[in-house]
Design a binder for this molecule. Structure first.
Ligand SMILES: Cc1ncc(COP(=O)(O)O)c(C=O)c1O
Length: 354
């Protein structure tokens, strides 16, 4: 009998899923850019009125009610929208829909690490174009890669900057294949390139409820694109992707955006304060259009991240990424959490620097 390892798909031999969070739940998680300002009040509101006695029934196959609500929100047709179990689900669905083994997948680097993972899981040949030193796109190089699929993040995780919209527009209109435009963090900087995606014939705009909307635990994401593309995505996705409670919460969250707007404002104040404090500790802090800060560290990130982890704080180490030697990423949270973090960081920096 072959062992389980021997039964594994050979093409996936070297693939391993990057992990998002640490196992210890007591840890202060400043490493995954969730909304540390709390859970969207839509959860409580829906829980109080939701008809749980109906949960024996399947939900709508394609989350029709949420697609309808999103259509009015984004001035699109429900046929141009597909929802998924977090935007991760949609990234996977896009790769499954369009990548043949060996097709070229192109991305700027550094960017969100899961694009490459889903492309690899679907046997793409990976072509990474390192960003310019100022974190702008190598637009010509990306277009000249003639990729089947390009993924762009606007604003970009982990560099925290908005890409020049003219570069994004050029890639959307001049790339031969499909272009994903991931706007996961766009709520934090009022950026919106949906019109450009829709104008291009091959763009897919991907969004999430996990960041500004404070619903990472519920897992809701969606993609907006031309109907022809959405039809392709629907062909490969599993039915009933969202449960009915989650669908109702997402609709309620869209119906009342007051909480989201308020928390974004609070985040911006704390981001500014955290940036000043980290600079005073010797970090090089970059401007941010997101709910996190990218920081060049005066000490080895290996040491820093390990020492913080030992004290119950998780931040992300980007030291092994091109352009980001000795860089870390820190999620911005409310004042009390940031104070807790800084109280741990300050003596640690004094210790490692001396
Ligand atoms: C750029 C980007 N896109 C997508 C995601 C995944 O979000 P979701 O929770 O919707 O799967 C993340 C999560 O960190 C992200 O940073």
């Amino acid at each position: 009998m072959p062992s389980i390892g021997e039964l594994r798909r050979r093409a996936l031999e070297s693939l391993s899923r990057p992990s998002y969070t640490l196992a210890n739940t007591n840890i202060l998680s400043l490493n995954n850019n969730a909304n540390l300002f709390g859970v969207n009040p839509a959860v409580k509101e829906v829980a109080e009125s939701f008809d749980f006695s109906r949960l024996w029934a399947y939900p709508s196959e394609d989350s029709d009610a949420l697609r309808l609500r999103l259509a009015s929100e984004f001035d699109a047709s429900p046929t141009e929208i597909i929802v998924g179990n977090g935007s991760d689900d949609l990234l996977d669905i896009v790769c499954k829909s369009f990548i043949n083994p060996g097709d070229v997948f192109c991305q700027p680097t550094p960017t969100f690490r899961m694009y490459k993972f889903y492309a690899q899981a679907n046997f793409a040949s990976i072509d990474e174009k390192v960003l310019n030193d100022d974190f702008s796109l190598r637009t010509d190089d990306i277009i000249l890669a003639r990729a089947k699929l390009v993924a762009l993040c606007q604003p970009n995780n982990p560099t925290a900057n908005l890409m020049d919209p003219r570069d994004v527009r050029r890639i959307l209109s001049e790339s031969e294949g499909i272009t994903i435009l991931d706007e996961a963090y766009s709520d934090f900087c009022d950026s919106d390139m949906l019109a450009d995606v829709m104008e291009s014939e091959r763009g897919i705009d991907i969004r999430t409820f996990s960041k500004a909307y404070g619903l990472a635990g519920l897992r809701v994401g969606f993609a907006i694109s031309r109907k022809e593309i959405v039809d392709e995505l629907r062909r490969v996705r599993t039915p009933f992707g969202l449960n009915s409670f989650t669908e109702a919460v997402a609709i309620a969250a869209l119906d009342n955006k007051g909480w989201v707007t308020e928390k974004i404002q609070e985040m911006k104040v704390e981001r500014e304060r955290l940036s000043r404090q980290m600079q005073s500790l010797g970090f090089q802090v970059y401007p941010s259009d997101c709910n996190f800060l990218l920081c060049g560290s005066p000490v080895s990130t290996d040491k820093l991240v390990g020492a913080l982890e030992a004290r119950g704080v998780a931040i992300r180490d980007f030291g092994s990424y091109p352009l980001l030697e000795n860089h870390v990423r820190v999620t911005v949270g409310p004042r009390a959490l940031m104070d807790r973090y800084l109280e741990i960081l300050r003596p640690l920096m004094a210790e490692v620097l001396t």
